[in-house]
Every structure is written in C-alpha cells, then in structure tokens.
Design a protein around this ligand. Structure first.
Ligand code: FUB
Length: 327
C-alpha cells in the first residue's frame, strides 16, 4: 500500500527536497520544491553546497492521499542561459498556462530568474531561451492577485547576491548596508500580461516596525534574508520570509502588494539545519505551512526534506507561531 503523508513528516523520502512552493491547481495540491543533491561537499557561506540541477513536481489529491513525484520537470542542461544551481522555484497559473519561475546562475555566475511553461501543473516545463530581462538574485515567488495582476517577489542575501545589486548594477564586491541603516528588502516587479517579462524595474520592499521605522540591517531577528512569499488573508497581503542567520520564518502585512509591510512576528521557530524556507496555502478551508528541515539526513544542511503543518490565525489576523517539534 502507498504511504500516506502526515503533518511534520517528510512528504517524500526517495529524494531530498527543499524550498516548497505549494499551490492548489485543478483541485489538488501541487508542490514545487528544490531537488537537493546527495553529494558530500563542505558547506560555505556562498551556498556552493546547494548544487541542484533539476526540479521534480510533487502532488497530493488531498492530505489523506499519497504524495506523487511526477519526475523531472526541468533540467539545467535544457536551460540555454543557465550554468548551475537551480534554487528555490515557484509556479503560477494564468492564460491557460502553468509558469515555473526559477533562479539559477547564468554563464557568468550571476543569479538570474528564468521562466518555463507547460500546459500541465506537473510539467514538463519548456524554458524561455533567456532569463527574465532585468531579473537578478534568487527565490522568486509569484502572486496572481484577485484583479489578475501578477507580481514577482524575489531576493536573498549572501549566496543569493542581493547586496551586490544595491546600485542597480552587479557589483561583485558590494557588502550589505550599515547595521543601523534600513535592511535590504525583497524586490517586487509586476509581471507582463504574458507572464514572461517584468513590466517595470523591480523595486525594494520596505519592512517597517509598528511605528513605521524601517527594520535596520543589524536586526537579524526581524530583517529579511531570503525566501519571500506573499499570500492574502482578509484583504491584507502577508509577506513572509526567512531571517537567515537567526533561522526564523517571520511575516509582515500591508494593504498594498508593494508595501511598505509592517512587521508582525514569527511564523516558525528554527528547524534542524541552517536554511528555513516555506510557502503558505489555503486548501479546503484550512491554511497550511509547507516548510523544510534536514531531519531526513540527520542534519546535513544541503540534504533537506519538505514537510507541512497546519497554520492558524488569531482573531486579529496575526499568525500563531509554530514550534516545529512540539507535536
Ligand atoms: O535551496 C537553496 C537556497 O537555500 C534557497 O534558494 C534559499 O531560500 C535557501 O533555502
């Protein structure tokens, strides 16, 4: 008999998976993770250990069904502009087409964001010949809003190279802002009607405290590091993200998809492993957090596994903080 999925347990165990972007397509749950490789290289701050080469799409009919691996959906060798490191992807549906957004290093070693298309949410996906013009850094997350406008959120520090784009061009030696200066936020750009290009230059998203002051770069418990995700709840946009060095998933809310966003708190306490990365999705009237940890490999940072758990709101719209190992 096929193994059913359970909350806070690996969705699949035959491959290592991470960075799950979950969506409801065609009435089912589709999960777009990174596919971690089982190599034994050392870790470094540049993230070279995250050497992924392809994507597999996972799906579940519901939470009482097995998780299906639909096999390879896209490989780096089939992406003309990319050289390596297929990091955290996301998917979107519009124009009767499924779009897979993914970061990878180009032939010069600079992270860019590409898009590939399919008529099926499970792929396989056909990549565009070049990356999205004007794209950079990592971790794309696409929100198709209720008015059908689509926004691409992206960005990540350190190996994700966001610091290097502060002037608008790539400066290989650029460092982050001073610790008291506003932290770098994720970037956002509205997508064109065909979902293949940015309609505008990406803008920096400001994350502020309850008094409207920008979260400073030195506030590592609250500042953005990587892995942006935006969902809507009760008319508010919720921007959630990883704080990287302090290993939290945090969130901030706004009435505008481009912010500024007001910091509200933590969604997930640290998991086993350095990275933490997630998505939030509503399915059959309940909300779920998809996340990863390194439990499947006993704590190896680049051998991760995707999990899910229920996410609950308080009456005032704040999110209850999840302790991943308290069940
Ligand atoms: O999986 C590679 C990178 O690790 C992702 O792009 C980051 O968000 C972090 O999870």
């Amino acid at each position: 008999m096929e193994k059913l999925t359970k909350p806070n347990e690996p969705l699949v165990t035959h491959i290592f998976t991470a960075d799950p972007s979950a969506h409801v397509f065609e009435g089912k749950l589709y999960i777009y993770p990174s596919h971690d490789l089982a190599h034994d290289c050392e870790d470094n701050d540049n993230g070279d250990q995250y050497a992924m080469e392809d994507y597999h799409v996972l799906s579940m009919d519901n939470f009482n069904s097995p998780c299906v691996d639909h096999g390879e959906a896209l490989h780096v060798k089939d992406v003309p502009w990319a050289s390596k490191q297929m990091w955290a992807p996301d998917a979107a549906y519009k124009n009767d087409t499924y779009y897979l957004y993914f970061p990878a290093r180009d032939k010069d070693g600079i992270f860019r964001i590409g898009v590939a298309t399919s008529k099926s949410p499970a792929g396989p996906f056909t990549p565009q010949p070049d990356y999205i013009p004007g794209s950079f850094s990592i971790d794309p997350a696409v929100l198709v809003d209720d008015d059908n406008k689509a926004y691409c959120y992206f960005g990540g520090l350190w190996g994700g190279q966001l610091e290097k784009w502060q002037t608008g061009t790539f400066k290989p030696d650029a460092e982050g802002p001073d610790l008291n200066a506003p932290a770098l936020g994720p970037r956002v750009a509205e997508l064109s009607e065909d979902m293949l290009t940015f309609k505008e230059s990406p803008m920096n998203i400001s994350i502020v405290d309850e008094d409207g002051n920008p979260i400073p770069a030195g506030d590592e418990d609250r500042r953005f590091f990587e892995g942006p995700w935006v969902h809507k709840y009760n008319g508010y946009y919720y921007l959630s993200y990883s704080t990287g060095t302090t290993h939290y998933l945090a969130y901030a809310i706004s009435k505008d998809p481009k912010g500024p966003f007001t910091y509200k708190g933590r969604i997930l306490e640290p998991v086993l492993g350095w990275t933490t990365h997630h998505s939030i999705v509503e399915f059959e009237g309940k909300w779920y957090l998809f996340y990863h940890d390194c439990s499947l490999s006993g704590g190896v940072n680049h051998k991760r596994c995707v999990k899910y758990t229920e996410l609950k709101y308080n009456e005032d719209g704040t999110i209850q903080t999840i302790k991943p190992y308290d069940n």
